[in-house]
Every structure is written in C-alpha cells, then in structure tokens.
Design a protein around this ligand. Structure first.
Ligand code: ZN
Length: 270
C-alpha cells in the first residue's frame, strides 16, 4: 500500500460559528487550524475564504492573507485552494489562483444539492482548467456524481487537463452520490488506472467513506467543511478528525504521507 495522504478541508462555505465554535473563519484562525492539522498528520489543507461577516468570499486579498500565514507557519504543507461555487460569483471563482497553490479544486459538472443547484457551466470549468494550466496548479477534480468523471476524461482529450489525474470522490451529499459501497465500487472500477484519488464523506459518512478509501489504497479528506461532528453530539476540531484517521491508518498498518511524500505521490513539482 502506498502511504496515505490526509487532506483537511478546514472551513468550507457552509459551517458557521453558530453551528460550531471550532470552525476557523478568519485568516488567523484558518492558519492556526492548518498548523494543528499539519502536526496531526495532514499533508494537504483545502481552503475557502470568508469575509468579515463570515460569508464565503472570492476576495483574493483574504486568500492571500490565509496563504501567507500558512506558508509562514508551515512552509512544507501543501495548499489546495477551492474554486467551488457556493456563495461566490461564477467569474470570480479563479481569482485566488494567482497565488499558485500546488492544488486547486475543480468540479467537472453541475449537480443539485439539497436546497440549491451547484452550477458549473462548461465555460466556467474550461476557464478554471485553463487558469490552472497557466499557473502550473494541479487540479483536484471533485466528483460529485457519475457524469463528472467522463467529463474530466473529455477535458483530458481536449488538452485542458493533464494525466495522471487527481480525483476527489465525494459521497453523502444530499442530491449527489449516496455514501454507499455500491457507488464507491462503481467509481473505483471506472477511474483511470494511473490516477490518484481521495474520498470525502459528508456528515456522518465521513469516517466510513474515509475507511473504505483507506482499505482500497485511496487517500482521505477529513475536516469541518464536510462534517462538524467527531461522534454523535460531540463537535470536532479539524485536528481531531485528522488525528483519528491518522491513528486508525497507522494501527491498521498503512503509513501516513508527509507533505513531501504526498508531493511525490501526486506528481507535484518542487
Ligand atoms: Zn471546499
């Protein structure tokens, strides 16, 4: 088994301080949470930015503040900037890519969530993919449903994505792919042989979907963006979620990748 890459999705666009006091919102809080996750075994942090009111923002200055703080505190850590659309204007979704994170998320299709549509028009996907190519950023392809993998392969054919791909299969989002083994199996069989892949589970499916990936030589994403609970009724911190999956993986016999080992596995430069 290859070493396990742990990504922590620290903030996301949805959790608020009312939902959990542990969600990092300000650049200072996000950088502190990133550092704690790094110490707990994460090699990648996936970042969203919030404005002064705590709402999702594409403001590049806020992203710059977060990235600068993280790079100063733990320069080894791999940064993944979200280009996700929730609460953000379509044309501004790539506005922080000039910061040249090593990874950035790219969703290759549209899907319904429980109370909204997550709209990724072809033009926006192409624009973001081109920007990532220009800046030398490796896209982390977010697969919310089964159309998104063939869409990504089509982008490869058209020269907008380069292989080997890095895929993030997201399970348990209401309206998208259910967190069930049969859907995992389907993605597992359909993915290109030379890709690297990670698994995210929303809400209480986080741990079980992470474990399924861990057993099958994939990687894992944890974090409050996807799940704010450690256990029923017990709120988590980001580092608690990282620590748990790192411990379970080590106990099971799979080692954890350091950021530099993760760079090698994902084929990142540096
Ligand atoms: Zn995200």
């Amino acid at each position: 088994m290859q070493k396990l890459i742990i990504t922590c999705a620290l903030t996301g666009g949805v959790p608020t301080k009312e939902m959990t006091p542990y969600v990092p919102i300000t650049p200072k809080e996000i950088a502190e949470s990133a550092y704690a996750c790094y110490n707990a075994g994460a090699s990648v942090v996936h970042l969203h930015a919030r404005d002064k009111k705590g709402k999702p923002t594409s403001n590049p200055k806020v992203f710059e503040d977060i990235v600068t703080r993280i790079r100063a505190k733990c320069p080894e850590l791999i940064i993944n900037i979200s280009t996700g659309g929730r609460g953000r204007k379509q044309e501004e979704r790539g506005s922080a890519l000039y910061l040249r994170p090593e990874l950035a998320s790219l969703t290759t299709g549209s899907v319904n969530f429980s109370n909204s549509a997550y709209v990724n028009p072809p033009q926006i996907i192409e624009m973001l993919a081109k920007q990532m190519l220009e800046y030398g950023i490796k896209p982390e392809i977010e697969i919310f449903d089964s159309s998104m993998l063939p869409n990504a392969l089509d982008l490869v054919k058209r020269g907008l994505l380069k292989e080997p791909l890095y895929l993030n299969f997201i399970f348990g989002m209401k309206g998208a792919t259910p967190a069930e083994v049969k859907y995992f199996q389907r993605y597992y069989e359909d993915k290109p042989v030379n890709c690297q892949w990670t698994v995210s589970g929303i809400g209480k499916s986080q741990l079980e979907m992470n474990l399924l990936s861990m057993y099958n030589n994939g990687h894992v994403r944890v974090g409050l963006e996807d799940n704010i609970y450690f256990d029923k009724g017990v709120l988590a911190t980001n580092e608690m979620l990282v620590e748990r999956i790192a411990r379970l993986s080590r106990e099971w016999g799979r080692e954890i990748a350091s950021p530099n080992e993760a760079r090698e596995i994902l084929g990142l430069k540096k």
